[in-house]
Write a protein that binds this ligand. Structure first.
Ligand code: FES
Length: 402
């Protein structure tokens, strides 16, 4: 069973016809002319049989011409709600209803009525046409124009409680579109329907080939270059390439060398400045390695010392003379033929034992400390010097007895 609020168009029309039929039966007395067609009329339709339920509706006392759409819908809902239970007693209007509805019901079936006729029936205009159709053999031409003109009248007539246009109500009732939200499939179906047809594909137009130029319009082809011209072009191109190429090569080579120098300077900067001096103590071999009166010069370039095995004040000794002139610091030379040390700077001369005897040297040469090591070798210590004018040569650390 349908919901009480959702009424179909058929139910609304049935209610309208019942209201119309009841009103006609109550207002107009039974006529003999109308009773004959009623006997000849076919069996009353279902809406006609439900006409006795009409008095239960609140709009029963109103004429149909004054009823609004809201009243009609209210009457239809009330009838629908009390559809199963029939009233216990039939009113006089209801008793006469079959004869009246017999005149209204056979007018048209609900499915055959147009919208204008439905609206006219809803506003009580149909009953006027229906009896005429029954009483006269040719009522149709007169009824149809009235029915067609009927939709125009309700717009001007008074309506009670109408908030929506009747046309829009009927249009919405017959509308096939679904109300409320729609699914994606329905939206796609609508989009496919609304989609524009594909544009026709235009055929490609192939332009005809260009005609060949006439002979007089053609440009003469350039003559091939001679060997001399080719050589000249090659020479110029190669000269330019060599010129610029050599400049580029020189520039890049200079840049590379400069970068290398900068890298070397940076590497030198990363290491600290240290003195690479020889050690102050060094061994010079065994005492027997030196012959009496020998002056050994092989340690002079590296250590600046002469190893002499000679005697001083009648005592044979092995001592180490410092190879520095006592004048201004030059390095004297040992002259084996003259058996003396000779300074090349100012001509100072020193004996084998280191005593100065010529030149500007003010004092004798100095001695380094010398001693025997644990292994029996002689070891010179340059950290300690001995001067003869100070009487230091008498120190046992300044010589090794031979
Ligand atoms: Fe040796 Fe002057 S430095 S004599």
């Amino acid at each position: 069973m349908a919901d009480n609020d959702s009424l179909s168009v058929e139910e609304i029309l049935a209610t309208c016809r019942r209201l119309d039929g009841g009103e006609a039966g109550a207002a107009s007395p039974p006529q003999p002319a109308a009773s004959e067609p009623a006997e000849e009329a076919p069996a009353p339709s279902a809406p006609v049989e439900k006409a006795p339920a009409k008095p239960a509706s609140p709009a029963a006392g109103k004429p149909t011409g004054e009823m609004s759409v809201a009243d009609i819908l209210a009457a239809a809902r009330a009838e629908k709600s009390g559809e199963g239970a029939k009233p216990p007693a039939e009113s006089p209007a209801a008793a006469e209803a079959p004869t009246a509805t017999k005149t209204a019901a056979p007018a048209k079936k609900p499915g055959e009525m147009s919208v204008a006729e439905i609206m006219a029936a809803a506003r009580g205009q149909k009953p006027a046409a229906a009896p005429a159709e029954k009483s006269s053999p040719k009522p149709a031409p007169a009824a149809k124009p009235a029915a067609k003109e009927a939709p125009k009248k309700p717009a001007a007539g008074p309506q009670k409680g109408v908030t929506v246009d009747t046309q829009s109500i009927l249009a919405a009732a017959r509308k096939s579109d679904k109300r409320g939200p729609i699914s994606k499939e329905e939206l796609k179906a609508k989009a496919v329907v609304a989609e524009k047809p594909a544009k026709p594909v235009k055929p490609k137009i192939t332009p005809p080939p260009m005609p060949e130029k006439p002979v007089y319009a053609r440009r003469p082809e350039p003559a091939p270059a001679t060997t001399a011209q080719q050589d000249r072009r090659t020479f110029f191109s190669s000269s330019v390439a060599v010129f610029f190429g050599s400049f580029l090569a020189i520039g890049f080579t200079t840049l590379t060398l400069t970068n290398l120098l900068w890298l070397l300077g940076l590497a030198r900067f990363m290491f600290p400045n240290i003195l690479t001096e020889p050690p102050t103590k060094f061994k010079i071999g065994f005492p027997d390695d030196y012959a009496p009166g020998q002056v050994e010069t092989k340690y002079t370039p590296q250590f600046g010392v002469w190893i002499v095995r000679y005697q001083y004040e009648g005592q044979p000794q092995i001592y180490a003379l410092k190879s520095v002139c006592t004048h201004l610091g030059c390095t004297p030379n040992w002259l084996d033929a003259e058996q003396k040390f000779k300074c090349p700077c100012h001509g100072s001369g020193f004996y084998k034992d280191g005593i100065n005897f010529e030149g500007p040297a003010p004092r004798p040469l100095e001695r380094y400390a010398i001693q025997r090591a644990d292994d029996g070798q002689l070891e010179v210590d340059k950290s300690q010097t001995f001067q003869e004018e100070l009487g230091q040569w008498a120190n046992p650390a300044s010589f090794v007895p031979a």
